[in-house]
Design a protein around this ligand. Structure first.
Ligand code: KG4
Ligand code: ZN
Length: 343
């Protein structure tokens, strides 16, 4: 089955073609990062308009790469949520319009299920069951995954998501949006021993996260350095390093705990923050002691992309799931544990 995947939930337009027999055939992405950078974050109306401009040319590009025509598609999968409602509607209406014209099935996919299954596109995919750490701009969750659609939430952030915390720390350090990669780059030259930031909620049992205290601590440290006239380039790098270490360590401690609690030996890490190199190293160190293995998507499939949507959609389309004709879905808030296994 040849499935076209469409992702438009936030600030990247992603398109891919996944063939259930041959694997990923083609994928293309347009990132809106440069467009939103001037505003310091995603401007929803601009995001929707840009998806509208980019989506059809990207679909043509993917079909050209795959050397097939539209009429050779067997189904279409699109991100139905969670995300920005206007942005979601661009993908949803395009997918439904194309599916209607081609008379093929179409299915709305959960964005976080896409992230969670992205490591399945790699050469050594994880087997079920596993624990998944989902760390993106909007979510920080630990999920026990028994199979596709069989998700038990083990813990989540009670306030900011890890990616959001990175983005806010970046703003405090006068770095551009999106902050994660910029904080990571600055942290490279930072001294890990200069500041010791808190590891929130690691001193009590449970698998929930909180990043707002760490954010306040970062701001307080920056202000103190500023008022002492010490906020030079090295100090900014040292703050970035301390912040990154604290996030990576906190996530690693909770992952180790989740593996222990579930008795599982496989950890999947996905979502934008899973691109963070220090986080990966920390997770590998922390879980190696437990004899566990860590699985990630390749770098460009950590952040939003069409391939993960094509893959996740294909699994459900194969099982016969599809949207009702003419009923597109755009669901801005959609808890992942409301999903069920494909029939
Ligand atoms: O998954 P994603 O592309 O979009 C959402 O679904 O939210 O994640 C975007 C988030 C942003 O907050 C971004 O700053 C963060 O992932 N991010 C990173 C890195 N690359 C992206 N955070 C830390 N280190 C990185 N290398
Ligand atoms: Zn995402």
């Amino acid at each position: 089955m040849r499935v076209l995947g469409i992702e438009t939930s936030c600030d990247e337009t992603g398109v891919a073609l996944y063939d259930t027999e041959c694997g990923l055939v083609a994928d293309a992405l347009h990132s809106q990062v440069a467009m939103h950078a001037d505003y310091g974050g995603v401007v929803p109306e601009l995001a929707s308009r840009d998806h509208t401009r980019r989506l059809l040319p990207l679909i043509d590009q993917v079909l050209e790469q795959a050397a097939i025509g539209r009429e050779q598609l067997d189904a279409i999968a699109y991100t139905a949520g969670p995300g920005l409602v206007g942005a979601l509607m661009v993908g949803a209406s395009t997918a439904h319009g194309m599916a209607r014209a081609l008379d093929i099935p179409v299915l709305g996919v959960h964005h976080m299920e896409g992230h969670l299954l992205a490591p399945m596109l790699e050469d050594e995919p994880p087997a079920f069951p596993f624990v998944a750490l989902l760390v993106s701009g909007g979510h920080t969750q630990l999920v026990e995954v028994a199979g596709i659609g069989q998700y038990r939430l083990l813990g989540e952030s009670v306030d900011d998501a890890a990616g959001e915390a990175f983005d806010k720390a970046a703003k405090m350090l006068d770095l551009d949006y999106p902050g994660g990669p910029r904080v990571a780059a600055l942290a490279e030259t930072g001294d890990p021993g200069r500041f010791q930031f808190p590891r929130p909620m690691t001193d009590r049992p449970g698998l929930d996260f909180s990043f707002s205290g760490l954010k306040t601590h970062t701001l307080t440290t920056i202000r103190q350095l500023e008022s002492a006239g010490q906020l030079d380039a090295q100090a900014r790098a040292d703050v970035a390093r301390a912040f990154e270490e604290a996030v990576a360590d906190t996530l690693a401690i909770k992952c180790r705990r989740a593996l222990k609690q579930t008795g599982l030996k496989r950890l999947v890490v996905a979502g934008g923050v899973s691109a963070n190199v220090r986080l990966r190293a920390r997770l590998e160190d922390a879980t190696a002691k437990q004899g566990a293995k860590v699985y990630y998507p390749r770098g460009r499939f950590c952040t939003d992309n069409g391939a993960m949507i094509a893959y996740a959609g294909a699994q459900r389309l194969l099982a016969g799931e599809r949207d009702v004709v003419g009923q597109m879905q755009a669901v801005p808030r959609w808890p992942m544990d409301q999903l069920s296994a494909p029939a």
